[in-house]
Design a protein around this ligand. Structure first.
Ligand code: FAD
Ligand code: FES
Length: 330
């Protein structure tokens, strides 16, 4: 099944390298930090697009050895680097892809919100930056989610760090007056990437709306779910979707949108297929360059024109947002 033009780039700034000042940093749950960056007034990106972020305080720093520096601008030779030297580096050599979670506009001021889960050296480097520090980014990169062509109900599902673009997607739907429900899932309460200003929802079977967990608020019906039942709906995000769909009824057309772990996205794609609904997902994978050069983000996608029935596509260019029905799930 083919949804609408998922890969069309519209109304977004051309990718550029920028030093964006960090203006705000806040812990969000146990593992996440919310970072807010100042962006140029002309900044335009759409939900699903990402930044490739340098996680290194000095890009010209020595490759492993303190004695040799990169001096490419001065026409110097690229230093010989052994695996051992690279292994000794404190910070990662390649940039790290991170979604633009939300674009916050106030008058001419544009701010980009990122939600960073600290999983390794790169994300820990970023999480440790203090306000005032410039963050070296390349972006906006990749494609973006698209709106449905009619007024169907859209269910937006985020899990893990995949919640980041889903928050921005909810803002985007809201701005355009589209009906949507946001479902945020995590294994347990402390793993939810949210800042609660109000009492977190009690656990139970209800898929009850939960206000006051984002800043600024996301003003759409939001359901939190935890696998262990420590807050919100007791069950996975996909079970919460199924429960919400029971209330919606079989006749109401819907569209599903998701970003999260592979298993969650595969389950969402199956649910969409059974219901005959369009489904767009943002894929997670390792990336290097972010611009189609290194081939590290190749991923099997269905291709009826190919003899094998599938072909490799680059997630950084043909994605990260794809039609879930086209994915060869791993
Ligand atoms: C398009 C895109 C958007 C993303 N947006 C966000 C975001 O908004 N917020 C966020 O916190 N993270 C996001 N990620 C994931 C993020 O890029 C990785 O977590 C990050 O690169 C890890 O870098 P590190 O140096 O901290 O960890 P590393 O030391 O490189 O790895 C630590 C651990 O994380 C795993 N890992 C590393 N990179 C990835 C990856 N890309 N996908 C899955 N597992 C990985 C490794 O297997 C390892 O177990 C996004 C990824 C993509 C492809
Ligand atoms: S990240 Fe280099 S080709 Fe996609």
């Amino acid at each position: 099944m083919v949804t609408e033009s998922v890969n069309v780039q519209r109304d977004t700034s051309p990718p550029q390298r920028l030093d964006l000042p960090l203006v705000e940093r806040r812990q969000a749950g146990r593992d996440y930090v919310r970072l807010v960056l100042d962006a140029p007034a002309a900044w335009e990106s759409l939900p699903g697009q990402f930044l490739n972020v340098l996680c290194e305080s000095d890009p010209r720093a020595a490759v492993g050895s303190e004695r040799r520096t990169l001096a490419l601008d001065e026409g110097g030779e690229w230093p010989l680097a052994t695996g051992l030297e690279l292994g000794r580096r404190k910070w990662p050599f390649v940039r790290r892809p991170l979604s633009v979670s939300r674009v916050l506009r106030s008058g001419v001021n544009v701010r980009l919100e990122m939600l960073v889960r600290q999983v390794g050296s790169g994300t820990r480097f970023l999480a440790a930056r203090t306000p005032g520090t410039p963050i070296d980014v390349v972006g906006p990169l990749g494609n973006h989610f698209t709106l449905p062509g009619d007024d169907r109900l859209c269910i937006l599902v985020g899990g893990g760090c995949g919640v980041a673009p889903i928050f921005g997607l909810a803002d985007w739907f809201l701005e355009r007056g589209r009906a949507c429900v946001l479902i945020v899932g995590a294994p347990a309460f402390e793993e939810l990437p949210v800042v609660f200003r109000e009492t977190p929802p009690a656990t139970g079977d209800a898929v009850a709306p939960c206000p006051g967990f984002a800043d600024p608020d996301i003003d759409v019906e939001t359901i939190l779910s935890t696998d262990d039942g420590s807050a919100g709906f007791h069950g996975t995000a996909i079970e919460a979707v199924r429960r919400r769909l029971k209330d919606v009824g079989d006749d109401r057309p819907i569209a599903l949108y998701g970003c999260g772990p592979e298993r969650m996205m595969r389950a969402l794609a199956r649910l969409a297929e059974r219901r005959g609904a369009p489904c767009q997902v943002s894929l997670e994978c390792f990336m290097g360059c972010g611009v189609g050069l290194c081939l590290s983000c190749a991923r099997k996608m269905r291709d009826p024109a190919s003899e094998k029935g599938w072909t490799y596509r680059l997630t950084c260019q043909d994605g990260p947002v794809v039609d879930a029905h086209d994915v060869v799930w791993q």
